[in-house]
Design a protein around this ligand. Structure first.
Ligand code: ATP
Length: 323
């Protein structure tokens, strides 16, 4: 092996830069060259990739987003687009590719791998919905951003006998909502993995009010089937019986912005180094993940199209703690 390329793909996630730094330096340390691909698979199809030196990846670890850029590339989902990408890699003498990204991105890397190119995936998505790792780069920061919002809303809520619905990101996975809800002591957590109807949410708020709570927080995952709209509609019709005045805060893209947490930087560094080690050991067609705090490799073919759900079993514990 002499030359590899690295790219970041799909939704940006805090910690992607730390992963690029680790892949680059881990690879340079083995005496190989590294090319950084601009804007994910779009850059691979367009052939925009430049050499990365150790100094080029200095000073980026503390920045959110991705310095390499990311993009959605419909062209890459077609065989013709991937052929173009493979031609560009061959022209530049690249022998292996490291893909830092989420579910869609790793489905793309599985496709490249099936077509005969050496690929190693690194799980990076705030949604934490990737199979093959307990935790993906970016999820911890997203939880902490959501948690900060919950803490702030609680302060204002308690002054006004209010309840807040806080909607956070995560696509079809409730991981961010569940973890931030537990850490923030939410009265109710609504996630796609376990349906809960608006009347039950209202009943729990009513019960919290009767128990003498001065405020309440409901954390709602954006992918919940009965999400914030259904909950607000129900509230409008039953305003008087709930006790609290209910307000809605939707965090949106704020959740994925900002500096990566220490945990995300450490995870990204470990996984980036592990990707370089995997290639050095002649391993490819795998995702390097963290399973029970150990680095594990899982075949990309096993990951594509699968989803790791949040652990809905924790909801009962969270409910007990909201007494
Ligand atoms: P996040 O979970 O943070 O949104 P992601 O990696 O899931 O990130 P996607 O937009 O789903 O983000 O995928 C990123 C890119 O991966 C797509 O723009 C596309 O180029 C490629 N991709 C997605 N699905 C496939 C597929 N089935 N085959 C080949 N390439 C794919």
């Amino acid at each position: 092996m002499k030359r590899i390329a690295v790219l970041t793909s799909g939704g940006d996630a805090p910690g992607m830069n730390a992963a690029v730094r680790a892949v680059t330096r881990g690879t340079l340390a083995k005496g190989w060259e590294v090319l950084g691909v601009r804007n994910g698979y779009a850059g691979l199809v367009a052939g925009t990739m430049e050499p990365l030196a150790a100094r080029d990846v200095g000073g980026i670890m503390q920045d959110g987003g991705t310095a390499l850029g990311s993009a959605r590339s419909p062209e890459f989902t077609e065989a013709a687009g991937r052929e173009k990408a493979l031609r560009n890699l061959a022209t530049r003498g690249v022998e292996a590719l490291v893909v830092i990204g989420g579910n869609g991105s790793q489905t793309g890397s599985a496709a490249l791998s099936r077509e005969g190119f050496s690929v190693v995936g690194i799980p990076s998505t705030i949604d934490n919905d990737l199979y093959g790792t307990d935790v993906s780069i970016g999820a911890d920061t997203a939880i902490n951003v959501t948690l900060e919002a919950i803490d702030r809303l609680r302060t204002t809520a308690s002054s006004h006998q209010r309840a807040f619905l806080v909607e956070t990101m995560g696509r079809d996975c409730g991981y961010i909502a569940l973890m931030a809800g537990i850490a923030g002591g939410a009265e109710v957590i609504v996630i796609p993995e376990r349906d809960i109807e608006p009347p039950e949410v209202a009943e729990r708020l009513r019960a919290a009010y009767r128990r003498g709570k001065t405020h309440a927080i409901v954390v709602v995952a954006e992918g919940a089937r009965r999400g914030v709209h259904a909950l607000m509609e129900h509230y409008k019709e039953h305003r008087d019986s709930i006790g609290f005045e209910l307000r809605l805060t939707r965090l949106g893209h704020v959740v994925r912005g900002g500096a990566p947490s220490a945990a995300d930087r450490v995870l990204a560094t470990r996984l980036g180094a592990a990707a370089a080690d995997a290639l050095a050991a002649g391993r490819h067609g795998v995702l390097v993940g963290l399973v029970r705090n150990e680095i594990e490799q899982t075949a990309l073919g096993e990951i594509a199209g699968r989803m790791r759900p949040a652990d809905a079993g924790l909801l009962e514990m969270a409910r007990t703690m909201a007494l």
